[in-house]
Design a protein around this ligand. Structure first.
Ligand code: ATP
Ligand code: MG
Length: 426
């Protein structure tokens, strides 16, 4: 992509409506734009990042046997009445259609999809041979959040990967749940926040002792967690006073160990639950087991927010100059800076290198604008492109280009060929 062609641009001003660091950085860099509180539009560069994150999640869910579907955002009230959640869910957007309701809301916008996925999968499950099933989608969710002030971290409209699994028994659910937990950690690692993301014990509700949150530790987080020293385990606020649970969770627990837990602020980037048979029973979903008897179906549900994860990466991997995308999610891996646009020789070399990088599968953002060098460096830093290749008349004389790594700040002078070899096909 040539920067001169990109219809968005960076801005020095921070939008006054934005109080969160992620939204300030992402709007200044031209990745997203705020339509209203908690509702964002993804611009060309921002959509690439979101899509990269979603594709990583997709690969990890596919790898454990998840099958992708796409369910609607618009749901009939009836399904939510069946599970008793029509009145209960306070963040539910309820609305009335022309056809139904007579002024009473008869539809809602899905904040989660147990109410649609359960009858959907039930229609295809008769016997134990049809199980297990793990269906997931990456889709837009709606929640009437009371305080949507945290940019992408708390949208009223936001993206979620939600997977639902259906099993013959608890043991099969337990095994799948553990595999999903591992797949979640793979996602965070591949997105560059694995080292600061902790699997956190949370209360389990009616059907299991615990559920698990994945919490990324950062001073900008809205949640408080308690970390077990020297481990990647943490405990959330709800169960910190539960002695039984502490004994269970903290390795070699001794009374008083809870005082050694480290309190940290964190962002919930994922949450997995065992649902038991609450939803399958509500929809009359059963299967015939291998002795011909009817049996109940335990379910699991697994949520992960790609848009919140994008905001989290922006908050955690950034500095005073701007964003620092890991290569795996960056909109482009290489930023090519032409220091003297308009000069025939530099233009020629840049154009050649741009073409070569593209054929070598090194996705490239080419700054071909005729701005000052300082403005170009500042923009490429703000945009957070992982590798910067700088080409100017001085280097040309020596036959070298400058290669800079955005994360480490390290710079080296290299011949065009060695720079190419470093950047190709990663
Ligand atoms: P929170 O406690 O932060 O409100 P939640 O526990 O209600 O979140 P879940 O129902 O567990 O959220 O949703 C699954 C995942 O979807 C969360 O772990 C998070 O990554 C993402 N998510 C939830 N709510 C939002 C939101 N308002 N904006 C962006 N992402 C969200
Ligand atoms: Mg949650």
């Amino acid at each position: 992509m040539r920067l001169s062609q990109l219809f968005t641009h960076t801005s020095k001003e921070t939008n006054k409506a934005e109080v969160s660091r992620n939204a300030q950085l992402l709007t200044r860099a031209g990745y997203v734009s705020r339509l209203m509180a908690g509702v964002y539009q993804y611009l060309p560069l921002g959509l690439k990042v979101l899509t990269n994150i979603e594709n990583i999640i997709r690969e990890e869910m596919d790898a454990i046997g998840g099958q992708e579907v796409l369910m609607p955002a618009l749901h009939p009230r009836e399904n939510w009445e069946k599970t008793g959640r029509w009145q209960k869910v306070d963040v539910l957007y309820r609305l009335s259609s022309e056809q139904g309701g007579k002024g009473e809301p008869d539809l809602c916008l899905g904040p989660t999809h147990e109410e649609t996925v359960t009858p959907l999968v039930a229609a295809f499950v008769q016997s134990y041979r049809d199980l297990p099933v793990a269906a997931y989608q990456i889709q837009t969710k709606f929640r009437n959040e009371p305080r949507p002030k945290s940019g992408l971290l708390r949208g009223r409209e936001f993206r979620m990967k939600d997977m639902y699994s259906f099993h013959v028994d608890q043991a099969d659910l337990d095994a799948f749940y553990d595999r999903t937990a591992k797949a979640y950690m793979n996602v965070y690692e591949r997105c560059g926040v694995g080292a600061i993301t902790l699997m956190t014990y949370a209360s389990g509700g009616m059907f299991s002792k615990y559920s698990h949150e994945f919490q990324t530790v950062t001073p900008y987080g809205e949640d408080i967690i308690y970390r077990v020293p020297d481990s990647k385990i943490a405990i959330n606020k709800e169960i910190i006073g539960d002695q039984e649970a502490l004994k269970d969770i903290i390795p070699n627990y001794k009374p008083g160990d809870e005082k050694k837990l480290q309190e940290e602020k964190a962002i919930e980037v994922g949450n997995i639950f065992k649902l038991g048979t609450r939803f399958s029973e509500a929809f009359g979903m059963q299967y015939t087991d291998n002795t011909g008897k009817l049996a109940k179906i335990p379910m699991g549900c697994y949520g992960l927010g790609p848009s919140r994860l994008m905001g989290t990466i922006a908050e955690c991997l950034s500095d005073d100059k701007g964003l620092i995308w890991p290569e795996s999610v960056a909109p482009y891996r290489v930023g090519l800076i032409n220091l003297k646009a308009g000069d025939a020789r530099t233009d020629q070399l840049c154009d050649d290198l741009y073409a070569k990088l593209r054929t070598a599968d090194a996705s490239t953002l080419y700054d071909d604008r005729s701005d000052s060098a300082g403005a170009k460096f500042a923009d490429m830093d703000l945009l957070g492109i992982p590798w910067h290749v700088v080409i100017g008349p001085r280097g040309l004389e020596k036959g070298v280009v400058e290669l800079k790594n955005r994360a480490s700040g390290e710079k080296q002078e290299l011949s065009v060929d060695s720079a190419m070899a470093k950047l190709a096909g990663k």
